[in-house]
Design a protein around this ligand. Structure first.
Ligand SMILES: Nc1ncnc2c1ncn2[C@@H]1O[C@H](COP(=O)(O)O)[C@@H](OP(=O)(O)O)[C@H]1O
Ligand SMILES: [Mg+2]
Length: 268
C-alpha cells in the first residue's frame, strides 16, 4: 500500500488558517493511511518500517502543502534531529508519524497513535493525537477536561514492554494499580478519556513521543511535567526528553510527592 495509491481526503476549509484544525486533520489522515498499510499483508519488521515510512511521507507532504513556511522535527526524518536551523524557526511541527510501532505490528492491537504538534516561541500551541484503530482523534481544537471517575485506587498507565522501576515504587506508595499499554499517545489519552488517572515514564523518550499528547493534555487542563515537577521543554537541540508525568490535576501533588520519595536509582 504505497502512499501514492492512498486517496487523500479533502482538507476542511478551516485547515488553511487554523493550526488546531490542521493538526487534527493531518493526524487523522495519516491514521487512515496506516489502517490501509496494516491491511497490506506485510508483517513484523516490514510492517513496522512501512508504517513509519508511509505515515511520515504523508505528513511531510501535507505540511509542505499546507504549512510550507514552517520547520519540522520528525522521528522518522533523521536530518531534522540535529538540524540547528529549527532552533531559530518561529514555528516547528513536532511529529511522531507512528507511536507504538510495536503494537501497530501486532494486529488487532489498537494501542498505537499518530502525533502532530506545533511548537512556537517556546510553547506547544496546537496538537492532535489520532488513535486510528479506535476511530478517534483527540485535539487541542476540541478536547474536554476528563470527567471525574472516582475509583478506589489510582490507575497509572505504564509501558507494557519497558515499565520503569520508578513506577512500581510509586504504585506501592500510592496503593495504585498499574495499567500496561503501548504508545505514549495512547497512555496520555487514557488520562484524558478517564480510563487512567496518571501516566508516568522514565528512562528514555524523545520530544516527538510526548509533544502532541502533552499539547492535548494541557488543553484538557491536565498536569504535565518532568518527573521532578519541572517544565517539559520542546524544540531543544538535544531531542531526548527522557521522563514525564501526565495526570489529572487534582492528583498531581500526591503523584509528584510519591515520585520524589522513590529511591533515586528507580528514576533512571
Ligand atoms: N527507554 C526508552 N528509550 C527510548 N524511547 C522509549 C523508551 N521507552 C519508551 N520509548 C518510546 O516511547 C514510545 C512509547 O513506548 P511504550 O509503548 O513502551 O510506552 C515508543 O515510541 P515509538 O513507538 O514511536 O518508537 C517508544 O519507542
Ligand atoms: Mg513514539
Amino acid at each position: 500500500m504505497p502512499a501514492s495509491s492512498f486517496t487523500r481526503g479533502l482538507a476542511p476549509d478551516a485547515v488553511a488558517t487554523d493550526d488546531h484544525a490542521f493538526a487534527e486533520w493531518a493526524a487523522t489522515e495519516a491514521g487512515r493511511l496506516l489502517l490501509q498499510v496494516r491491511e497490506s499483508g506485510l508483517e513484523g519488521k516490514e510492517l513496522k518500517n512501512a508504517g513509519d515510512r508511509e505515515s511520515n511521507e504523508l505528513l511531510l507532504s501535507l505540511l509542505a502543502e499546507h504549512r510550507p513556511e514552517d520547520a519540522v522535527l520528525s522521528e522518522e526524518s533523521l536530518a531534522s534531529h540535529g538540524d540547528a536551523t529549527r532552533r531559530d524557526a518561529e514555528r516547528v511541527w513536532i511529529i511522531d508519524p507512528l507511536d507504538g510501532t510495536r503494537e501497530f505490528s501486532e494486529p488487532p492491537r489498537d494501542d498505537w497513535a499518530v502525533h502532530v504538534a506545533l511548537w512556537s516561541k517556546g510553547e506547544l500551541i496546537a496538537g492532535a493525537v489520532a488513535l486510528p484503530a479506535r476511530d478517534v482523534t483527540f485535539s487541542t481544537a476540541s478536547v474536554k477536561a476528563p470527567e471525574p471517575t472516582p475509583t478506589p485506587a489510582l490507575r497509572i498507565a505504564v509501558s507494557r514492554t519497558r515499565a520503569p522501576a520508578l513506577v512500581h515504587d510509586v504504585a506501592k506508595t500510592l496503593g495504585a494499580e498499574l495499567v500496561p499499554m503501548g504508545s505514549a499517545g495512547v497512555k496520555v489519552m487514557a488520562v484524558i478519556d478517564g480510563s487512567a488517572d496518571a501516566y508516568i515514564h522514565a528512562g528514555g523518550q524523545y520530544e516527538w513521543d510526548s509533544a502532541a499528547p502533552v499539547a492535548v493534555a494541557r488543553a484538557a487542563g491536565a498536569h504535565t511535567s518532568r518527573i521532578d515537577g519541572s517544565p517539559l521543554k520542546y524544540n531543544q537541540q538535544e531531542v531526548l526528553l527522557p521522563d514525564l508525568v501526565v495526570c489529572r490535576s487534582e492528583v498531581a501533588e500526591q503523584v509528584l510527592n510519591a515520585i520524589a520519595d522513590a529511591p533515586a536509582e528507580a528514576a533512571g
